[in-house]
Design a binder for this molecule. Structure first.
Ligand code: PEP
Ligand code: MG
Length: 575
């Protein structure tokens, strides 16, 4: 039966493919005793499940879509090897017999043992393979639970759509390595870090679908319309044809936009606008350059710290930062110091339990309380600054005292490098993120002490409107057009201009074409966004005339009624 679901679109495009449910099967495993006379049957059930998973993996391996990255084949091979290992395919049978327990429980015991063994391995890469063991066992358990994975990987219909209840940013960053056609979840806000990562996968994504994980079956054909926030499961023939057409039109439109890659972002009246990219990992530079970004406006370094047991050391960080600086070939690279905490935890298993994580020890607060971590990162950034045009960006500043402490620690890092004769850019610029309302209200004071400001609208909205950006139950209230938000943004841009300091917006508002003219009219001249938005924003800039916008901007800013802003904005965009 066909059905439609509505959610919050976080990444545009249209995908048509088969659902792959991200399993919570491991959580469903229960332990029960199996009567002696049924033990042989239980062992048979186990053998059949292993055989079924083996066949499924084999089918996937044989039908990898043309042009799939080589890692995908290797990934399936690794899973087949893990499955064939005696500890997973043979030993559980002994456990079933000896302990007279159910098959799910037996293989789960083996998995726990194996994961422990992996955790003791010195080699970082091999240690991380424990995740593969877990994924393989999950597959077997799913079959055992009567939910056979039917990811029907047929030659013509090879697109796979991830369906999850929720994914942490740490989970999502792992999916960056694999190829999926779309990504949908039950919960999450449009500017949660998981959504931001989903966007950086550059595939259609929808969050806040409420019950997608329950209602959609594994292997079912689904349409994901990331433009409208709509998911259609089991579409009929006509709907499928309609969406295939829309998909083609969308792709054509994207091709047309690509022609703007080398066009300078200049308004009709001749004002040049900088369009920078937000990146999460060094590999994202490729996409940033392909979109014609003239710099990296926000490098979220915390993703280097996720899904691992130890922190990356100075050398590893230095190499990553240097790689980005060199790849950008003299264009500015704004490296944000660690913004860990709140919804971005290093490892979801080690989440600190605190009542209000978003208001807790995150970002610069965490760095100032763990100065050795900050020192290591600052040294790594400084060392990399010798190889490109690096700038430092400090997140979540709320008062000048934090800024002074951070600058003191930066000086210390510089002194340590000078003492060792290690070169770095002595003139490296330091900027601060304005994302706490208190900082926006004191923007002039920050602008005096810093070389530049960058407005983090995602957090600015969260903290000004008292709305958890990850909570879909209040996502309807998360409104960038709230008059208070517009005033805080305009006030910050004005403060920067007054002191001759550049101001950029690096939150999600910068990539929303409906807001481009509004931000231009507030005086914004530098935007930083996910690379997939750059060309569409550029097109909007090319069609905008700044003197024409001034009046409308004044009217919008003078208005305090949220309901009147949308129509005013509409008018501004038609001007
Ligand atoms: C923001 O808050 O707008 C921002 C850019 O930072 P992040 O989304 O990483 O919190
Ligand atoms: Mg932020």
């Amino acid at each position: 039966m066909s059905f439609t679901m509505h959610g919050v679109a976080v990444s545009s495009g249209i995908a048509i493919g088969h659902a792959h449910l991200v399993s919570h099967a491991l959580l469903e495993v229960v332990h029960y005793q199996v009567p002696k006379h049924l033990i042989d049957q239980e062992i048979k059930r186990f053998e059949q499940a292993v055989e079924k998973v083996k066949q499924d993996l084999d089918v996937i391996r044989r039908h990898l879509p043309a042009g799939s990255p080589a890692e995908l084949g290797a990934f399936v091979n690794t899973h087949l090897m893990i499955l064939a290992d005696k500890q997973l395919s043979e030993d559980p049978k002994r456990i079933i017999r000896e302990e007279q327990c159910n098959a799910e429980w037996a293989i789960k015991q083996q998995m726990d043992d194996l994961v422990l063994q992996f955790e003791q391995i010195e080699d970082e890469y091999l240690r991380e393979r424990k995740q593969d063991v877990v994924q393989v066992v999950e597959r077997v358990i799913k079959v055992l639970l009567g939910h056979p994975s039917q990811v029907a990987v047929k030659e013509q219909e090879s697109a796979i759509i991830l369906v999850a209840h929720d994914l942490s940013p740490a989970d999502a960053i792992q999916f960056k390595q694999h190829q999926f056609a779309a990504f949908i979840t039950d919960v999450g806000g449009a500017t949660s870090h998981t959504a931001i990562l989903a966007r950086s996968l550059n595939i259609p994504s929808i969050v806040a679908l409420q019950r997608a994980r329950d209602l959609i079956r594994d292997g079912e054909l689904i349409i994901v319309d990331g433009n409208q926030g709509v998911v259609i499961a089991n579409p009929d023939k006509d709907t499928l044809a309609e969406y295939k057409l829309r998909q083609e039109q969308w792709e054509l439109e994207q091709q047309k936009l690509k022609r703007l890659k080398l066009t300078k972002a200049v308004t009709l009246d001749g004002t040049t606008i900088e369009l920078h990219a937000n990146i999460e990992v060094p590999e994202d530079v490729t996409q940033a350059k392909a979109a014609g970004a003239t710099g990296v406006g926000l490098y979220r370094t915390e993703f280097l710290f996720m899904n691992r047991r130890e922190m990356p050391d100075e050398e590893e960080q230095y190499k990553a930062y240097r790689r980005v600086a060199e790849a950008m070939k003299g264009m500015p690279v704004t490296i944000r110091t660690l913004d860990l905490g709140a919804d971005k935890q290093i490892n979801p298993d080690t989440v600190r339990t605190c009542a209000n994580p978003a208001l807790g020890l995150r970002a610069i607060r965490l760095c100032l309380s763990e100065p050795h971590i900050f020192h290591t990162q600052l040294r790594a950034i400084l060392r990399a600054s010798h190889y490109g045009k690096i700038k430092i960006l400090i997140p979540m500043l709320s008062n000048l005292s934090e800024l002074r402490q951070a600058m003191l620690l930066l000086d210390r890092a510089k002194i340590s490098l000078r003492n060792e004769g290690i070169p770095f850019d002595e003139g490296i610029q330091v900027g601060g993120m304005i994302e706490v309302p208190a900082a926006a209200l004191c923007a002039e004071a920050f602008a005096k002490q810093l070389d530049f400001l960058s407005i983090g609208t995602n957090d600015l909205i969260q903290y000004s409107l008292a709305i958890d950006r990850t909570d879909d139950s209040v996502s309807h209230l998360y409104n960038p057009l709230h008059p208070a938000i517009l005033q805080l943004i305009e006030m910050t841009i004005r403060a920067g201009h007054k002191l001759g300091k550049p101001v950029s917006v690096c939150g999600e508002m910068a990539g929303d074409t409906k807001l481009t003219r509004l931000l231009l009219s507030f005086g914004l001249r530098q935007f930083s966004m996910h690379p997939s938005h750059i060309l569409a924003v550029k097109r909007q800039i090319l069609q905008s005339d700044l003197p024409n916008l001034a009046n409308a901007a004044r009217k919008i800013l003078g208005n305090q009624d949220i309901d009147r802003i949308e129509p005013m904005l509409h008018k501004l965009n038609l001007a």
